[in-house]
Design a protein around this ligand. Structure first.
Ligand SMILES: [Zn+2]
Ligand SMILES: [Zn+2]
Length: 339
């Protein structure tokens, strides 16, 4: 009897620590401490401290070093996009994911097969990071954070115009924009500058630190000031701060600020109200439903493995396109149905 041909799930599988690549004995974005890890980007649900050896882009290594209190690794290796790294029998390289500065898709090549792990990604243009690249592959492992048809992200330039319009309507109210400190905050700054808003922008310390890394990597975000430089009555100045509970943080210190929240979740009214956002802006660093589906169509891989979010709808839609699809969690633990 002829030996069954090797399938991707024979060498890439899910383990308790995370996604494991057996012929290289390493993990991608492990959730637990491991000996060898490839990290897609600096967000804390992908990049954790304490691994033995870590490979990632230089920007991701810089972000991890700055954001983590303890030593993020024993050894690290910076990989430029496209640079090949041999790990055991696997060739590994990184391609831009368009998510945040330094974000990468992980490309794995072994036994004549290519598996691409998207990490978090988006297709919308974003001047603060390298644009997503389509890498043809046998298996595409895709995120699905906004994997429901209800999620259709509008033009972010239009969303920022709404912010600047509100600011004109309320000239005596300062504007507090809540945005996550890595990625979203810098994108908001870039969008404001692209809309020709050239005044100083006041930013929370944690955001300022990340902006420094962006600046070091050549991303100019204009005149940024620390929050303590804010005058008592800041008028209609724009202030950028991470999300906080209503009335807490900088918001609690200002008189009647206009609260803006920038997030892909603002599509859902309940989320906007829960955040106390007077002006919810739908600005996301993740692919929306159409981007997820069109990326799968563009790549037309043999198979799609879905993870990190709403899996069922995207699996169904991929199967409708005539492409095999299943949940990543079903790979390598015996639960993967032939589909
Ligand atoms: Zn992320
Ligand atoms: Zn993520």
């Amino acid at each position: 009897m002829a030996a069954r041909a090797m399938r991707p799930e024979d060498w890439v599988r899910v383990r308790p620590e995370g996604l494991y690549v057996e012929p290289g004995n390493f993990f991608v974005d492990p959730g637990r401490v491991v000996e060898t890890a490839i990290i897609t980007h600096g967000h804390s649900d992908h990049a954790r401290a304490g691994n033995g050896r870590v490979a990632a882009t230089q920007a991701t290594l810089d972000i991890m070093t700055q954001r983590m209190n303890r030593k993020p690794w024993r050894d690290c290796q910076a990989l430029a996009y496209g640079e090949r790294l041999q790990v055991g029998d696997v060739t590994v390289w990184l391609a831009p994911a368009g998510h945040v500065l330094g974000s990468a898709q992980v490309v794995l090549e072994y036994a004549g097969q290519r598996v691409v792990i998207s990490g978090d990604y988006k297709r919308q243009s974003d001047p603060t990071c390298a644009a997503f690249e389509l890498v043809p592959c046998d298996v595409f492992v895709t995120e699905a954070t906004f994997g429901l048809p209800v999620f259709q992200h509008p033009d972010p330039g239009y969303e920022v115009t709404r912010l600047l319009h509100s600011r004109e309507i309320y000239p005596n109210r300062s504007v507090v924009v809540h945005a996550y400190s890595l990625g979203k905050a810098q994108r908001m700054l870039a969008l404001l500058r692209a809309a020709d808003y050239q005044r100083p922008i006041y930013v929370a310390p944690i955001i300022l630190g990340v902006c420094e890394i962006y600046r070091k990597h050549g991303i100019d975000l204009g005149d940024l000031r620390a929050l303590d430089q804010l005058e008592n009555n800041p008028g209609s100045e724009i202030i950028l701060a991470p999300p906080s509970k209503p009335g807490e943080g900088i918001v609690g210190k200002l008189r009647d600020p206009l609260i803006v929240m920038a997030s892909g979740w603002m599509t859902v009214r309940k989320h906007a109200r829960g955040r106390g956002a007077e002006l919810p802006l739908v600005i996301s660093d993740h692919a929306d439903w159409n981007e997820l589906v069109s990326t799968i169509q563009d790549l037309a891989p043999e198979e799609v493995w879905v993870t990190h979010g709403r899996e069922d709808a995207l699996i169904l839609q991929t199967q409708r396109l005539g492409i095999k699809a299943r949940a990543l969690s079903a790979i390598g633990n015996g639960a993967g149905a032939e589909q």
